[in-house]
Design a protein around this ligand. Structure first.
Ligand code: AMP
Length: 282
């Protein structure tokens, strides 16, 4: 596996692959990789001739009070996992390679979409995400890019950005990978102490409850969200940021549960904020 730290190296390698007529897939990550990330790489390897993963803790998507400095990092482990899953190149840039000290150009969806759900407590987050993903798209120029359904609002926002900025890139959404007990895999799970780790099961339990109610025909978003909220609320270590039902494409709140509705949540365990979601099936 090639380890590239500069934009120049990535461009040269991708150009060489293009010359051979090979297709290229991109898997953007912030590193500290786990089986969730690996599933994106597996999917990319199955759909593209060459796969590039980026491993970059993007400062512009963290607010000053968030966990940028403490975000877990283990590049050697990341390389081993990527190589094992058939990734061809990892892009591991320094912050200075992607952002000039006076960088002032951002990509932002100017609608309510990035203000819903996670945007309520993280108002600048998706501006940072869109900016770094645009940069990665411009550097790698992939045919396809792979994102996890775990970050459902991010996936919807990237789809919209790609459509509206005319990127000729196909966005592939991949299912949530979970621990054996149901907790969605996340680099941030490492912050949890044993009691919080146990308590964090309320997220996947709430997802299962919501899915069961939807399958049983519950059409009231208020009732379904209320039942999930009650369940999480019974766990003393959990502090709810939001539990919401929204349109799966626009992220606008909905009153009625029907196929395509995204039911998403964010819950704090002390300072650790975890997310989970499901989309109502047809
Ligand atoms: P991150 O490193 O947290 O920025 O995540 C990089 C990519 O991996 C994003 O597209 C995430 O949605 C995806 N991802 C993270 N955790 C999971 C998971 N448990 N299952 C599926 N995809 C995931």
């Amino acid at each position: 596996m090639i380890i590239a730290t500069t934009i120049q190296e990535v461009r040269a390698q991708v150009a060489a692959w293009r010359k051979e007529g090979l297709t290229v897939g991109l898997v953007p990550t912030m590193g500290y990789l786990h089986e969730g990330h690996a599933s994106l790489v597996d999917r990319a390897v199955s759909m593209c001739d060459r796969v590039v993963a980026s491993d970059f803790v993007n400062p512009t998507q963290f607010a000053p009070n968030e966990d940028l400095d403490s975000y877990p990092r283990d590049f050697d482990h990341d390389c081993a996992l990527l190589e094992e899953h058939g990734c061809h190149m990892v892009f591991y840039p320094a912050v200075s390679e992607l952002y000039a000290p006076d960088a002032a150009t951002y990509v932002e969806i100017q609608s309510d979409m990035p203000k819903q759900l996670c945007g309520k407590t993280r108002p600048t987050h998706f501006k940072g995400v869109c900016t770094v993903v645009s940069k990665l798209f411009n550097i790698v120029q992939p045919d396809k890019a792979f994102f996890g359904q775990k970050d459902a609002q991010q996936l919807a926002i990237i789809r919209r950005m790609v459509r509206e900025l005319s990127y000729g890139i196909e966005i592939i959404g991949c299912p949530i990978v979970r621990e054996a007990d149901g907790l969605a895999k996340s680099s941030r799970n490492t912050y949890l102490n044993p009691d919080q780790r146990k308590a964090a099961l309320v997220l996947s339990q709430a997802v299962a409850l919501g899915q069961r109610l939807a399958a049983e025909g519950e059409t009231s978003a208020a009732k379904l969200v209320g039942a999930m909220t009650d369940h999480i609320g019974r766990e003393p270590l959990a502090r709810i940021d939001y539990v919401s039902a929204v349109d799966g494409v626009t992220m606008e709140p909905v009153d009625t549960i029907k196929p395509g509705v995204l039911v998403a949540m964010a819950v704090y365990f002390d300072k650790t904020r975890l997310i989970d979601n499901f989309t109502v099936e047809g």
